[in-house]
Ligand binder design. Structure first.
Ligand SMILES: [Ca+2]
Ligand SMILES: [Ca+2]
Ligand SMILES: [Ca+2]
Ligand SMILES: [Ca+2]
Length: 421
């Protein structure tokens, strides 16, 4: 019975399936059957489209899905491309560039900024600068001096400098031209060189420290140190043959007169006296040296032989007498004395006789040097209110202010011999 029912049901289905097939082949004649078949076909096609879309999605996302499955987290982004993919090859072994350190910035504080292409394109061409004419450094600005000159010291540029000028005060020129104090100029016998004292080897460069003796050409070139300045060297004077220079120095423990060859050899203490000895001036004939000393209790003018022997007091006055200067013919000396209550220039014969006041002025008058012909004297005085260098006749008449620099002290005028080349 059950088998009969099942067969009957199967026969029903088979007949219905044949009807569907016949309908799909156009065999069926039943419209209801055709509509049902179309619906079934539509369902089958829709399912197929859905499967197709699912297959496409799965194919495109397989790497991402695999990454997630391996526990790698979110898939890598474009900016995290490994260095191996660099167009320059494998850069994995090259350290990454580091930002500039503070030290580097300190070493190069000004950043170098490259001009933008726009700036380069719009830059105005710079005209070629016109170079000043070359100044050959070997050529001195001042030519060698000839004729008669007066060297003096002045601080008009701050430090003391050696200046030169004509005896009428014209052509004033700085020839020492050095940051430190320079003073006490002394002409060589031929006038081609000048010895002087300089403090350029001291820390402060001022005359309060120990100075050294220097020699330079009379236009300021070739400045050469002669002494080491031990104890303070000052007040140089040349021997008439130009081979030696006498000067004062405290290197023995007190002021003495020393002599040295111009090549720096043969340093000798000429006075060797415990009292102060200073301000030497070599006689024109070379046989004697005048100087001042306190060995008799006050400053006096002395003469000694050029080897230091036979010192003799020729001023013989209880007041201060210093700064002896020989006349060119060696018969007289000027000196400064305070015997009349203020500083005055006196002249006397070489034996100390005939002491005469040349200045006779209530203001201060310092040392006096002689013109080559012995007819005039250069000296300095503060009678105009500041220290100026003056010229007067050898008898004290005809005083003329020649330095004419009210803002500075212009002192120690040293009259040259007549200079010829
Ligand atoms: Ca100077
Ligand atoms: Ca002494
Ligand atoms: Ca005296
Ligand atoms: Ca005076």
């Amino acid at each position: 019975m059950q088998a009969r029912e099942k067969e009957a049901r199967d026969q029903g289905l088979r007949s219905e399936w044949r009807a569907i097939l016949n309908d799909s082949k156009g065999i069926g004649k039943d419209d209801a059957m055709s509509k049902r078949a179309l619906v079934i076909l539509g369902i089958i096609l829709g399912i197929g489209v859905l499967f197709g879309l699912a297959a496409y999605w799965a194919a495109s996302e397989i790497p991402l899905i695999a990454h997630w499955v391996r526990g790698g987290g979110p898939p890598p982004r474009e900016t995290n491309i490994p260095l191996q993919s660099s167009p320059y090859g494998d850069l994995s072994g090259i350290p990454s560039p580091q930002p500039p350190t503070t030290e580097f910035l300190a070493w190069s504080p000004t950043p170098i900024i490259s001009p933008s292409p726009t700036e380069v394109a719009t830059a105005t061409p710079t005209p070629t600068p016109t170079l000043p004419p070359l100044q050959p450094t070997a050529t001195p600005t001042i030519p060698p001096l000839v004729g008669e000159w007066i060297a003096f010291e002045t601080e008009r540029h701050g430090s003391l400098e050696i200046y030169v000028m004509r005896p009428d005060g014209s052509n004033q020129m700085d020839i020492s031209n050095n940051w430190a104090d320079d003073g006490a100029p002394a002409w060589s016998p031929d006038g081609k060189r000048i010895a002087f004292v300089s403090w350029r080897d001291t820390a402060l460069g001022t005359w309060h420290g120990p100075g050294s003796i220097y020699i330079m050409n009379n236009n300021g070139t070739n400045q050469v140190r002669l002494t080491d300045g031990a104890g303070g060297d000052n007040w140089p004077t040349w021997s008439p043959d130009g081979a030696r220079i006498a000067f004062q120095s405290g290197r023995s423990g007190n002021l003495d007169i020393w002599v040295i060859n111009v090549d720096g050899t043969g340093l000798i203490n000429l006075t060797n006296n415990p009292a102060p000895d200073a301000y030497p001036d070599w006689s024109p004939d070379g046989t004697r040296i005048a100087f001042a000393s306190q060995r008799d209790g006050n400053w006096e003018i002395y003469l000694m032989d050029a080897d230091g022997s036979n010192p003799i007091n020729i001023s013989q006055n209880p007041a201060t007498d210093i700064y002896p200067m020989w006349s060119p013919d060696g018969t007289r000396l000027t000196f400064q004395t305070r015997r009349d209550g203020n500083r005055e220039i006196y002249v006397m014969n070489a034996d100390g006789s005939g002491q005469v006041n040349l200045t006779n002025h209530p203001d201060q008058d310092w040392l006096a040097t002689w013109s080559p012909d012995g007819g005039r004297l250069a000296f300095y005085s503060d009678r105009s209110g500041d220290k100026e260098s003056y010229v007067m006749n050898a008898d004290g008449s005809g005083v003329v202010n020649i330095s004419q620099s009210p803002a500075s002290s212009d002192e120690f005028p040293s009259w040259s011999p007549f200079i010829s080349f």
